[in-house]
Write a protein that binds this ligand. Structure first.
Ligand SMILES: Nc1ncnc2c1ncn2[C@@H]1O[C@H](COP(=O)(O)OP(=O)(O)OP(=O)(O)O)[C@@H](O)[C@H]1O
Length: 277
């Protein structure tokens, strides 16, 4: 069998957004957003504070409804799925993935199976304990399995949140600034775990991120928002230019190629006012 070239591959549309607008009173947080996401791709959503990133994620996950326009997931309007059907397709991981509650790590991760279970908490032909154990092992959480969440660090809790999402086995993962409270090592580990998981399962990832250097290293494609509108859409390496960063964020950047991969990496120039001595 010959290998298919990239252009010959049939792309399945995981998500499609058309003419999406969200107004809060007179204020339009999102204006006429049209965008589509192929199955298995990894998108970053970037843009300054208040540009509409979280508002967009809320509309994609169905927790909020647009003022006009539509969101389709696998060809069906997001609002036409039941809550449980939607949770089998879409998982959401927030900035602070899980609160410090008294449940153990194992209990919380097992809750990830909820969308697949009947009202008695049963699931045919699936050994939840086995699936959970495998994910805990994989994320280095096995030794913490019986520890309560309120006795974990923020970084460990974020890892548990990822384990719960992995056990959920969604088709699409939405992340809202998932690395904000993680130190450098945990940030990188978190992104690497996502990358491995995506490679194995083909899960589609859409992540709101503020760290443009991590974004450039992990996301293939970018949606750039500014003032609720699309400022740019396409391949990360092409979109992350000095000119765009200056225009979108109002800062003076220097872009350099990463010494390992060549992807653009960002340095910031201090304002001349403060650096003149
Ligand atoms: N419920 C709401 N009522 C009124 N205005 C809102 C509401 N939710 C969001 N907004 C406004 O919509 C705009 C976009 O907010 P959103 O949270 O989507 O921005 P963001 O790009 O995620 O910002 P950040 O990077 O700071 O998290 C902001 O001006 C915000 O104040």
């Amino acid at each position: 069998m010959t290998e298919q070239s990239e252009s010959q591959k049939t792309h399945i549309r995981a998500l499609e957004v058309a003419g999406l607008t969200r107004a809060f009173g007179d204020f339009h947080a999102l204006k006429n957003i049209s965008w589509s996401v192929d199955e298995g791709s990894w998108w970053g959503i970037i843009g300054p504070n208040g540009s509409g990133k979280s508002t967009l994620l809320h509309l994609l996950s169905g927790v909020d409804q647009p003022t006009s326009g539509s969101v389709h997931i696998y060809g069906k309007k997001v609002g036409s799925y039941s809550r449980k059907e939607l949770s089998r397709l879409v998982a959401v991981l927030q900035q602070e993935g899980l609160p410090p509650v008294g449940y153990t790590v194992r209990e919380v991760v097992e809750m990830g199976r909820f969308p697949h279970q009947d009202w008695l908490g049963r699931e045919k032909g699936v050994d939840v304990g086995f699936i959970t154990g495998r994910v805990l092992e994989r994320l280095g959480l096995a030794s913490l399995a019986d520890r309560a969440l309120d006795r974990l660090s923020g970084g460990q809790r974020q890892r548990v949140a990822l384990a719960k999402v992995m056990v959920q086995e969604p088709q699409i993962l939405l992340l809202d600034e998932p690395t904000t409270y993680l130190d450098l090592r945990y940030q990188l580990e978190f992104m690497e775990l996502l990358a491995e998981w995506r490679q194995e399962t083909g899960v589609t990832i859409i992540a709101v991120l503020h760290d443009l250097n991590l974004t450039a290293q992990f996301c293939d494609d970018l949606l750039v928002l500014k003032d609720g509108m699309i400022e740019g859409v396409g391949a990360s390496a092409e979109l992350l230019t000095e000119e765009r960063i200056r225009r979108v964020y109002g800062v003076e950047p220097v872009m350099l190629p990463h010494p390992d991969s060549g992807v653009p990496q960002l340095l910031l120039r201090r304002s001349a006012r403060n650096t003149c001595r």
